[in-house]
Write a protein that binds this ligand. Structure first.
Ligand SMILES: C[S@@+](CC[C@H](N)C(=O)[O-])C[C@H]1O[C@@H](n2cnc3c(N)ncnc32)[C@H](O)[C@@H]1O
Length: 312
């Protein structure tokens, strides 16, 4: 029997680290923050809220959900600081190691982060809401590749709740997979790998959780339904999946496949037929290109992510 990788946090982190080693997603998100965050996010916030002396008399309230070690969020905070001198940031991150790493980076960079207060929550968003409710409102909410885990039980309710805690004039940044390229398309095409064989009934009806991750089409249809305003832009990432075919490190190959399919021990837990179907899909959608670093020919599985800026 196979299970969604979300059921085993340790395995997920192991796989996610192998994925990050082979993807340039962090680099591209960092470039987007460097090049576009000021004109696309800071400007909207400043135009919408600056007149109310936000960031001067009272802090701009920022909420980071699924912040990991804070790499991307700190870049965003530094940009926000150029227009808002006072910031109050609430960090929600359930992984202890990442959470402690974020705190350590803030300690090390304290001179660059003056004027920013941090409130720390080492828990899931769902637990945070149970414990603290949804009374506090925010001017900016950052969710980079985290809506999958926050909205997995009821996406529509989660989006309505996030929109409720957004102050008018505020912005939610949501970066997530699309369903028409790379990993998003793979998971959209094979949504039931973790619960059942493709096209057959689940053997255990209590196991309803699928390996399919929320994608931007899911989110946009809810935003459209509730007439919530947003803009959309694309962010490409290149994932080197050579290890899935020729890598000599079997452990890494399996972890990368687990992340691509969001299934624990994918190779061992599905039938040869399903395994081959998925590998054929990957082969049909990958490109073989020269490495940026040397002349090696590598297999790339390219993904287009969506950046949604939700405004109120
Ligand atoms: C794909 S990582 C993205 C991390 C970070 N935002 C970035 O872009 O580098 C997803 C993050 O969401 C966190 N996470 C998982 N489930 C969560 C939940 N229910 N509530 C909040 N965060 C969650 C994970 O621990 C992880 O740090």
């Amino acid at each position: 029997m196979s299970l969604p990788i979300s059921c085993n946090k340790d395995r997920w982190w192991e796989g996610y680290n192998v994925y990050l080693e082979n993807s340039d997603v962090q680099e591209h998100v960092g470039e987007w923050i460097e090049d576009d965050f000021e004109s696309k996010v800071v400007k909207i916030l400043y135009d919408g809220l600056g007149g109310d002396n936000i960031g001067v008399d009272q802090p701009l309230r920022v909420l980071g959900i699924g912040s990991a070690e804070g790499q991307q969020e700190i870049l965003q905070l530094e940009k926000l600081k150029t227009k808002f001198s006072k910031l109050s940031t609430t960090v929600i991150e359930p992984n202890k190691q990442m959470f402690l790493q974020y705190q350590e980076t803030v300690r090390q960079k304290s001179s660059d982060l003056t004027g920013i207060e941090f409130e720390w929550h080492n828990q899931t968003y769902q637990d945070y809401v149970i414990l603290h409710g949804v009374k506090k409102k925010y001017h900016f909410i950052s969710m980079v590749h985290s809506i999958y885990y926050v909205g997995d039980s009821d996406l529509e309710e989660t989006i309505k709740e996030l929109y409720d805690i957004l102050v008018p004039g505020g912005v939610i940044l949501m970066l997530l997979l699309t369903d028409h390229t790379g990993i998003g398309k793979l998971l959209h095409t094979f949504p039931n790998l973790a619960t059942q064989e493709q096209n057959s009934a689940p053997s255990d009806p209590s196991m309803t959780k699928s390996n399919r991750l929320i994608n931007s089409t899911d989110v946009k249809s809810i935003l459209d339904k509730h007439q919530i305003a947003y803009t959309q832009s694309e962010l490409r990432e290149f994932l080197n999946i050579t290890a899935c075919f020729t890598g000599i490190d079997a452990a890494k190959r399996n972890l990368l496949l687990d992340i691509l399919t969001q299934t624990i021990d994918f190779k061992a837990s599905v039938s040869t037929t399903v395994y081959n179907q998925v590998l054929d899909f990957v082969k049909d959608h990958m490109s073989v290109r020269k490495s940026h670093h040397n002349d090696d020919e590598l297999c790339y599985f390219d993904t287009v992510n969506d950046i949604l800026l939700i405004t109120k």
